[in-house]
Design a protein around this ligand. Structure first.
Ligand code: HEC
Length: 455
């Protein structure tokens, strides 16, 4: 306590000093651009402080508390999950997903946008401010090297080489690829009320999630905003994209294998990220014979050569899919938007987003959502393995003996994170605990999105 109090006093002293120094500087020299002051991060790894993520408390908002002195937006996990969803419109039902893919996706996107777009970009997509309909976040994404940050709840996504987004400059055509040609991406996902109801049921006991209840009803919508650290100078179609602040890795080129195992050495800072991709998943019984889910993705600015524009609505659909085309080429269960040309989509032309792994597809990766997570991982191994391109009906697990999480990876990853934390907390000896932490860190040196097992 004594240490805490004296350090608080020191911080106050430092602020006073900084203010008078700033006043002096303003009198003597023209103001130079300064990095945003963010103060000292207060780290809260999961349950350590006991005020969240325990069986008797709410879920944590993020991996860390807001930095001292932070005045900007703060993410609060939307976790007031409803006991039962109230009836709502389903405007996408007006369209046939197989023949009117663009209109179907636009209707679902408009539904997601309603009440979420605000005049302040930083305050947009904050469920607490949406007066049209409720949206919810899945818990336990605040864990490990890529865990949720405190400003917008962003989690670290797959790293992309610039050539996956746009024609690479000559300096990024070399082998080995200079590390500055790779850019980190971050994302935050939301579920509508039917989705929130199921998250609430699975997690109704905060100390004992029940994946057997993970079956989403008709009309569930999950949507995810993906932001990149890549600059407009290298990805011109990002011009005009909404920008958020994120408390993310201060090195935007950092590879997963380069993130230190010691949390105190993981350097984060407030950086600007730009909207690149929007993912949408809709539970729709019209495609129950394949997977039960429609997945679609949008790219900012319409991708390379797309029309100019700005703001949240300046996005174009890349494509739509309702199955994994187990019979192979020609594809019948992905329809790409002919007006958009991306440097890559998914395996053999199946749908995937700009930041996603080209050897996979939306539904291929999401079909692996199960609990406990199996040993196979999310990515086809070896590449092209038909096991990852089946049409697994909603409710059937990827591996025998597991519970399917109905194509939700936030449920399967969240429960895996929770179980991992329990293993660490309840390790019988300090040595066993250290060993478990080391094992987890080792596992995290490669992202599951690149083929590493989750657990
Ligand atoms: C290689 C794996 C992989 C691929 C490919 C992939 N995703 Fe995901 N997706 C994830 C993981 C892991 C999560 C959960 C963690 C998170 O939100 O980052 C997720 C989360 C989501 C969510 C939030 C709800 C949920 O299911 O957890 C949506 C919606 C989503 N993805 C849609 C898509 C769409 C649409 C595509 C294709 C354009 C796609 N994903 C491709 C791995 C993948």
């Amino acid at each position: 306590m004594a240490i805490e109090r004296s350090s608080r006093r020191k911080i106050r002293g430092a602020t006073v000093f900084a203010c008078s120094a700033l006043a002096l500087a303003m009198m003597t020299a023209p103001a130079a651009p300064k990095p945003a002051a963010v103060g000292t991060p207060v780290t809260k790894p999961g349950t350590a402080q006991g005020d969240c993520d325990t069986p008797t408390t709410p879920f944590c908002d993020a991996l860390m508390k807001p930095t001292v002195g932070w005045k900007g937006h703060v993410f609060h996990l939307s976790q007031d999950y409803p006991a039962a969803a109230t009836p709502d419109q389903m405007p996408w039902l007006k369209f046939d997903p197989k023949t009117q893919g663009n209109q179907y996706l636009q209707a679902a996107l408009d539904y997601f946008y309603e009440g979420n777009i605000r005049s302040s970009v930083e305050d947009s997509f904050d469920p607490a401010q949406n007066t049209v309909r409720k949206w919810y976040n899945a818990p336990w994404q605040d864990f490990g090297k890529g865990g949720r940050e405190f400003i917008h709840g962003l989690t670290r996504e797959r790293v992309t080489a610039i050539s996956e987004l746009y024609t690479a400059p000559a300096s990024c055509k070399k082998s080995p690829l200079p590390r500055t040609c790779n850019w980190n991406n971050y994302a935050v996902g939301f579920y509508n009320m039917p989705g929130g109801e199921i998250i609430g049921k699975v997690w109704s006991d905060h100390g004992k999630p029940d994946p057997s209840l993970a079956s989403f009803p008709e009309g569930t919508v999950a949507a995810k905003l993906l932001f990149t650290t890549a600059p407009v100078s290298q990805v011109p179609y990002l011009k005009g994209a909404p920008q958020w602040q994120g408390y993310i890795y201060s090195d935007p080129h950092i590879q997963t294998s380069e993130i230190p195992n010691d949390p105190s050495l993981r350097k984060r800072a407030v950086l600007t990220v730009r909207l690149l991709q929007i993912d949408i998943a809709v539970k729709d019984s019209r495609v129950a014979s394949t997977t039960g889910w429609i997945m679609g993705t949008f790219v900012y600015g319409g991708g390379p050569g797309g029309p100019k524009g700005s703001g949240w609505t300046n996005v174009a659909p890349v494509g739509i899919m309702w199955g994994n085309d187990p019979e192979g080429l020609p594809l019948k269960e992905t329809v790409l938007n002919a007006a958009v040309t991306m440097p890559h989509v998914g395996y053999q032309g199946r749908l995937n987003g700009p930041v996603d792994n080209p050897i996979s597809s939306c539904l291929s990766c999401h079909a692996t959502g199960e609990s406990p997570v199996g040993p196979s991982g999310m990515i086809p191994s070896p590449p092209g393995n038909p096991k990852w391109f089946q049409n697994i009906p909603s409710g059937t697990p990827f591996d025998p003996g597991a519970h399917a999480t109905d194509y939700s990876l936030q449920l399967s990853v969240g429960i895996a994170n929770f179980l991992e934390q329990m293993k660490i907390m309840h390790a019988p000896t300090p040595a066993a605990k250290a060993q478990e932490i080391a094992r987890k860190n080792q596992l995290e040196n490669r992202s599951p999105r690149e083929g590493s097992p989750i657990d």
